[in-house]
Design a protein around this ligand. Structure first.
Ligand code: ADP
Ligand code: MG
Length: 529
């Protein structure tokens, strides 16, 4: 596009007007996901361009699939994606809090307070709140870790399935935790259609839907050494354009013989270095197969690269390109190898020192398998964080209200206009208990007032019971959240809000910025002066 056309089709919005539009966009975005917040949140049916449908209760999934063009909306979506990546949960809360911070900031701007002052006040409030989180946090027992995983899965699956997946996620986390670190990528997931999702199960070790290549060999064994081959033991494939210049009748025969010698010498090398188990990416030719079997080397072929990588980490083995040149140092160790039939599918299972675990997901449709896989990944993310750092905060809005109460007291000691910004920030945190109550069918403001009063006499761990709408103790009920998630949600929301407050000039393309469907009406009447 020529430069002129770009300038003609854009309009410069500056200062207050830019902020107003940006706040509108943030509120519209939060409107699209607020109703999914909490265990009583509603599901959203997403339909993409090709007509594929997805039912989800997950804020970040809704936002990432919405076709949003607005630059500010994109900033908030990216804060939510960061939350998903870093903390695996708390994505909806991040968006809801951020939008509320901007809404409250806009009210202050209308009263004549400069956005830079608000940004300063917000930063003060954030650092005060982050240090106050330590006073609210509790050291978790195993039972409480389990409860926190269940809390994070609440509303995504039915309750019994949520409990089942929370068990599996915690078991998986405990299998892979190593010297205080738990890396969720050590858990492999296999999806197998058929059966019901309650049959989803965890296996210690790495499972692959594979069978050994020698029917005559016993598949059980170990401990032993394993070699991983980033290739196969096969005859060289003649390229289409290769011409063998045959000059005598014996030549083809000689060529075949030399190829077969090379295959057998590769197997000889494996015997020499002491390989018991061979796993390769490509194929094994018949002669090599025979020889492997005669030498008692159990073999699996056509194993995907990503599984070879997992095996390499699990067994401490190198991935070598050529069986003929593999050395003793390339071998890894395994503890036990076996095969097991589950739901009609044969799985090869390998136990090793850092062998990880495998989740076998069962379900009647691909949609269910995907949803269970997503929920398990979220649960596992939470489990791993908590095994590394077992610190929890009260959920159900308790922490947000406890912080807001402290902040309001703290604000009194802050001279200057930042005081008002700190109060506005505290109000924004309370959008969480208000939305939780609202989504459960209670009045948001009444519930918040009841909750604040109940904390005043009963302490910081009082949150909302969404079955009755009444305040009660979240620690007793086990509605708990990892410190990491709540802290990241608060910081992420504040950082996004502050950077949006600092934008005072935006170039708007005339092709008006798009806002997710169905929330346009929320814009009407907002901020109209
Ligand atoms: P997010 O994407 O922010 O994690 P969720 O839809 O998962 O959004 O909702 C999380 C919120 O729901 C948290 O504030 C959490 O404390 C609250 N919550 C979860 N389970 C319960 C429960 N049983 N009672 C009350 N609040 C709950
Ligand atoms: Mg959640």
């Amino acid at each position: 596009m020529a430069e002129e056309t770009i300038l003609e089709s854009t309009e410069r919005t500056s200062g207050r007007e830019a902020l107003r539009k940006n706040v509108q966009a943030a509120i519209a975005l939060a409107g699209a996901v607020r109703s999914t917040l909490g265990p009583k949140g509603l599901d959203k049916l997403l339909v993409d361009d090709s007509g594929q449908t997805l039912v989800t209760n997950d804020g970040v999934t809704v936002l990432e699939s919405a076709k949003v063009e607005h630059p500010v909306a994109k900033m908030i979506i990216s804060a939510s994606s960061t939350q998903d990546r870093v903390a695996r949960d708390g994505t909806t809360s991040t968006v809801v809090i951020c939008a509320e911070m901007l809404r409250n900031a806009w009210q202050l701007v209308r009263q004549g307070i400069h956005p830079a002052t608000i940004a300063r006040g917000y930063a003060l409030a954030e650092s005060f709140a982050i240090s106050a989180l330590d006073e609210l946090s509790i050291d978790a027992t195993r039972e409480q870790i389990h409860a926190a995983i269940e809390t994070s899965l609440a509303g995504k699956l039915d309750q019994s399935m949520g409990k089942h997946l929370a068990n599996l996620a915690l078991d998986a986390g405990e299998i892979i935790v190593n010297e205080g670190r738990a890396d969720p990528t050590m858990v492999k997931v296999i999806k197998q259609t058929g059966g019901s999702m309650n049959q989803t199960a965890l296996i210690t070790g790495l499972a692959l839907a594979k069978s050994k290549i020698h029917p005559e060999m016993n598949e059980r064994g170990g401990p032993g050494s394993i070699l991983l081959l980033d290739g196969g033991i096969e005859r060289r494939k003649t390229q289409l354009d290769t011409k063998l210049n045959i000059t005598s009748a014996g030549m083809i025969d000689a060529f075949r013989k030399s190829e077969s010698k090379s295959l057998l010498s590769q197997v000889e090398n494996l015997v020499e270095i002491g390989c018991d188990l061979l796993v390769c990416k490509e194929g094994i030719d018949e002669e090599a197969r025979q020889s492997l079997s005669n030498n008692g080397i159990l073999t699996y072929r056509r194993v995907e690269k990503k599984d070879l990588d997992l095996l390499s980490r699990a067994c401490g083995a190198n991935l070598v390109p050529d069986a003929g040149r593999a050395g003793k140092g390339d071998l890894g160790a395994f503890i036990k190898t076996r095969e097991e039939l589950r739901g009609g599918i044969n799985n090869w299972i390998l136990d090793a020192e850092d062998g990880g675990a495998t989740l076998i997901v069962r379900g009647s449709t691909d949609g269910i398998l995907d949803e269970v896989e997503r929920c398990f990944a979220d649960g596992l993310g939470v489990a791993c964080q908590l095994l590394e750092d077992p610190v929890l905060l009260p959920g159900a809005g308790a922490t947000q209200v406890a912080l807001a109460r402290r902040l309001r007291r703290h604000a009194e000691s802050v001279p200057g206009r930042e005081q008002m910004a700190i109060e506005a920030w505290a109000d924004a945190l309370e959008s969480i208990p208000r939305a939780l109550a609202g989504n459960a069918g209670y009045d948001g403001i009444d519930s918040l007032l009841k909750l604040t009063a109940a904390q005043n006499s009963g302490g910081d761990s009082i949150g909302l019971d969404l079955l009755t709408g009444e305040p009660n103790d979240t620690i007793k009920r086990g509605v708990l959240e990892p410190l990491n998630i709540t802290r990241q949600a608060i910081s992420g929301a504040t950082e996004a809000a502050i950077s949006i407050l600092r934008i005072d000039d935006v170039l708007w393309a005339q092709m008006d910025a798009q806002i997710p469907d169905g929330v346009q009406e929320q814009l009407q009447g907002f901020g109209a002066e």
